[in-house]
Design a protein around this ligand. Structure first.
Ligand SMILES: Cc1cc2nc3c(=O)[nH]c(=O)nc-3n(C[C@H](O)[C@H](O)[C@H](O)COP(=O)(O)O)c2cc1C
Length: 478
């Protein structure tokens, strides 16, 4: 089963890995190096010497490019987010549950520290990314494992985690996220603490799937297995008993303190919108009980921050994929392609290309998007285009908005679920947002449709055959 080291090797083989051997400071410098490189489409970065953390390398910029996402997915021939999303939609139809291996066969247990020794700041090279961050954030490229105390459903989600001190860490599962649903069920049962594990490393697909909106009851381990075509290997956490990947680089186990009278202030953090999240606010937190790590462990980070970096690419891929899956599960005809663009944080704008087959079809698609697991949350604009325009051909999408739409065929929805991280809303009123369906399709029911200009086929053919003779092939390739 591929792990994070496999990914590094694959990327190095195609010459896309930069090993940084000069010492770099975890305090802002590391994050700034990564950000400047990522914004210019740079390579996978392996920081081999982090100040104060000898032998503890940091890996950054995992998924800043389509090429590296394709390598992680084992689909190197796919070269766009839409193509990778299509691969994802097809593979995830058949979940593959993990298999359990005994702890003695799990590399993650090569080193374990427990009790007062389990101080993450002693062992993990946690960066501080941005000047106004509330502190160092250990959880960026992280997979957080929790279990529903009612049903036993194990979920793996990516939620940011701030270091308060070496033995206490904040956690921010936003309202309604799967870990939050587990917390709500635990509170209903009078629990003040629940088991939690933070996973770093393992199959790089774990980070991609942990940051995906799969919906209730889905375990991301099954989705990694589905995408990879073989089961993940998990092993029981020695403190929590939760299943953790046997080949993780680092795992933190502990109690998630959920009692409302014990919450602690967390944040702010330089978020993927390009703005800081608001003032510090009360959050659940982790009382660290054990830390496990492999020999020569590799610590993965994401710089999050302003677009476009790996968070935006990740969200673009996984939201494109799950929105597409959601629409297919609704059995709506004519969906040609779907695209949640990285430029929109990978989630605020969704474009859907549809072959209309009946009056009101485009409208149905627009409303369906806003009702799906992926589309109901954080999507502010749905753009509908006809099937002749691929959803990711943004030049054509702009053309359709300009030429085929009319504002009175767009719909303004006044209230829908929002994200507290949306800087487009007032800072203290971010729970609910308005949404808009921009219908840039030609209405199906129009008998008198505008006639699109097409070239005369015979003349076009003739011109093509004379292209060189016309002296144009030097300038324009047909
Ligand atoms: C780098 C990164 C950081 C994220 N941070 C958070 C976070 O702090 N809180 C949160 O609720 N979602 C965060 N997300 C988005 C969630 O990972 C995403 O909504 C995912 O679906 C959550 O898992 P769940 O659906 O199992 O709840 C982050 C995503 C990425 C890629």
């Amino acid at each position: 089963m591929p792990d994070l080291r496999w990914f590094v090797r694959q990327v190095e083989e195609v010459g896309d890995l930069a090993r940084i051997q000069a010492e770099v400071d975890w305090d802002l410098e590391l994050g700034h190096v990564a950000k400047l490189s990522e914004e210019r489409g740079g390579p996978l970065l392996l920081f081999e010497r982090v100040k104060g953390y000898e032998g503890r390398p940091v890996l950054a910029s995992l998924f800043t490019t389509v090429k590296r996402m394709a390598i992680a997915l084992g689909a190197p021939d796919r070269n766009s987010i839409c193509q990778l999303a299509r691969f994802w939609v097809d593979r995830t139809k058949h979940p593959v549950p993990p298999v359990s291996v005994p702890p003695e066969r799990a590399p993650v247990y090569e080193n374990s520290v427990t009790g007062p020794e389990a101080d993450v700041l002693r062992f993990v090279p946690v960066p501080k990314l941005y000047p106004m961050d509330g502190g160092r954030f250990i959880g960026t490229a992280v997979a957080v494992v929790t279990q529903d105390p009612e049903t036993g459903w194990v979920n793996v989600g990516t939620y940011r985690s701030q270091v308060f001190d070496g033995r206490t860490l904040g956690l921010q599962p936003i309202k309604g996220k799967d870990a939050d649903l587990h917390i709500q069920n635990a509170r209903k049962r009078g629990m003040r603490r629940m088991p939690v594990a933070l996973v770093f490393g393992s199959d790089p697909l774990l980070f991609l799937t942990a940051s995906t909106l799969f919906g209730r009851g889905v375990c991301e381990y099954d989705m990694v297995g589905a995408l990879r075509g073989e089961p993940m290997e998990v092993t029981p956490g020695t403190y929590t008993g939760l299943p953790i990947p046997a080949d993780a680089e680092y795992v933190v186990e502990g109690d998630l303190v959920i009692a409302e009278d014990e919450l602690r202030l967390e944040g702010p953090f330089g978020e993927y919108t390009g703005y800081y999240s608001g003032t510090p606010s009360p959050k659940v937190w982790i009382d660290v009980k054990a830390l496990h790590f492999r020999k020569g462990p590799l610590f993965p980070v994401s710089t999050v921050g302003r677009p476009i970096t790996d968070t935006h690419m990740i969200q673009s891929l996984n939201r494109t994929a799950t929105l597409w899956s959601d629409l297919e599960a609704m059995r709506i005809a004519g969906i040609r392609s779907v695209y949640c663009l990285p430029e929109s944080g990978g989630r605020f704008i969704a474009v859907v290309s549809v072959d209309q087959k009946y009056p009101g079809h485009a409208e149905q698609v627009g409303m369906a998007v806003l009702g799906t697991t992926t589309g109901h949350y954080g999507v502010k604009y749905v753009i509908l285009v006809d099937g002749d325009i691929p959803a990711d051909d943004l030049t054509q999408v702009w053309y359709a908005i300009a030429i085929r739409s009319s504002p009175d065929r767009c719909e303004l929805i006044k209230r829908g679920r929002s994200t507290p991280l949306d800087p487009g809303l007032p800072i203290h009123a971010r729970e609910i947002t308005s949404k808009m369906i921009i219908n840039a399709t030609v209405p199906y029911e129009w008998n008198d449709k505008p006639v699109q200009i097409q070239l005369d086929p015979a003349v076009e053919q003739q011109v093509r055959s004379r292209w060189s003779e016309l002296g144009l092939s030097r300038f324009v390739t047909l």
